[in-house]
Each structure stands twice: as structure tokens, then as C-alpha cells.
Write a protein that binds this ligand. Structure first.
Ligand code: DX5
Ligand code: ZN
Length: 216
């Protein structure tokens, strides 16, 4: 499986977003992770479609948009118009999963389902034929900088055994050490917020993350 690093802009300097995006691009990031929170599905509020649209106009790295919102279906068109390349929504949200996936795909975008730590991975099985990726949360969604939950690894192993070819993304507390555990379990797409943006040398950190994910 191709290893992909998706820096989470939540940990970036919001006063210098264009420079932060360029940093990720020059450091070899395969994706840019954008965390959308509505203050309802999760306690925090972050950015919405207008900000993502502005970022898209200055960045050609594919956008991986993580919707932590109660009614994702209502806003799919907005996020596709804003430039999302892949959209993850939560299986625990209020929208009908099948309809949400169909909407994302009919708008020309790739669809992914995200699962919170307390949610069984079996909940995604009915939708796998339409999904490009599954996002296994390794923290409770809502905030950056939390500690990695190693007890999520059996979910990844189970999913990887059943679906050898799907992209499996992990999000929350990923650093040079925890990435090894996730890769061993079968994850291949890694969100990293604090690890990349709090680093003195993000380019070096991204290459270290990739080496550790490959096990070399
Ligand atoms: C948490 C977000 C994450 C967060 C990760 O709800 O989904 O993407 O930014 O941040 P770190 O890598 O710092 O745990
Ligand atoms: Zn996220």
C-alpha cells in the first residue's frame, strides 16, 4: 500500500496559512488534512468551506477534508465546490450514510467514513464497495494534540485483513513512534498535526514519519 502523510492544518499557524501549505508541499506531503468542526458534533468550531476554497486557490496538493459535523449531507456540495478531493464524514453523524456517500461520489469526489474510538469497525462494512478510504480515529475527535489510543489497533487489523486494498487512515496523536504501531496494524494514510507543525524541521519530520511507516 502506498504510504501517504496528511498534515493536519489544525496545528498550523492560522496567520500564515499559505506559507504553511507550501511547507507541507515542499516537504512531500501527499495530502492536506482539513478538520471541519461545527461545535455540535464535537465541542470545538474550526473552519468551513469558504476558508478551504481560499486555501485551494494557492495549493495543488489534494485536500482531504474531515467533516466532524452533525449533518454532513447538507454541506457536501459546498465542500466539493470548495475543492475537496476526498471527504470523510462520521458514521455517528445524523446523515444517512448511503445517501451521503452517493452525494459525495456524484459530485465527483472520493468518499470516506470516519469512526470514533467507541464505534465498532463493523459499522463501515455495508458501505465498503463505494468507499475509497476508512478513517479510524485514534483520539476522540474535537481537538489536536491529544494522546494516541493504541487500543484502536485491533480495528485496523480487522479492517486490513478483510479489505487488503482500501486506504486506511489514522488520525490523532500520530508521531514518529506511534506511526510504526499503526503501520504494523495495516494503516497506510497518516494524519499528523502537532508532529509536523510543532516540529523545528517539518520536512525532516515528514520523511522520518514515512521511513518509520515503511519500517526502514
Ligand atoms: C482531531 C482532528 C485531528 C487533529 C490531529 O479531532 O481530527 O485531525 O488535528 O492532531 P494531532 O496530530 O496533533 O493529534
Ligand atoms: Zn482530522
Amino acid at each position: 500500500m502506498k504510504i501517504k502523510i496528511s498534515p493536519s492544518m489544525l496545528a498550523s499557524d492560522f496567520a500564515n496559512l499559505e506559507a504553511e501549505l507550501n511547507k507541507c508541499k515542499n516537504a512531500g506531503a501527499e495530502l492536506i488534512h482539513l478538520d471541519v468542526m461545527d461545535g455540535h458534533f464535537v465541542p470545538n468550531i474550526t473552519i468551513g468551506a469558504p476558508v478551504i476554497k481560499a486555501l485551494k486557490s494557492v495549493c495543488d496538493v489534494p485536500f482531504d477534508v474531515h467533516l466532524m459535523i452533525s449533518e454532513p449531507l447538507k454541506y457536501i456540495e459546498d465542500f466539493v465546490d470548495a475543492g475537496a478531493d476526498i471527504i470523510s464524514f462520521h458514521i455517528e453523524s445524523e446523515s444517512n450514510p448511503e445517501e451521503t456517500i452517493d452525494k459525495i461520489i456524484s459530485c465527483g469526489c472520493k468518499a470516506a467514513i470516519a469512526v470514533k474510538p467507541g464505534t465498532s469497525i463493523d459499522t463501515v462494512y455495508p458501505f465498503m464497495d463505494k468507499l475509497s478510504m476508512v478513517l479510524v480515529m485514534t483520539v476522540e475527535p474535537g481537538f489536536g494534540g491529544q494522546s494516541f489510543m493504541a487500543d484502536m489497533m485491533p480495528k485496523i487489523e480487522k479492517l486490513r485483513n478483510r479489505y487488503p486494498d482500501v486506504d486506511i487512515q489514522v488520525d490523532g496523536g500520530i508521531n514518529a513512534e506511534t506511526i510504526k504501531v499503526c503501520a504494523k496494524a495495516g494503516a497506510n494514510v497518516f494524519v499528523a498535526g502537532s508532529a509536523v507543525f510543532k516540529s523545528e524541521n517539518p520536512a525532516e519530520t515528514i520523511s522520518l514519519l514515512k521511513r518509520n511507516a515503511r519500517g526502514i
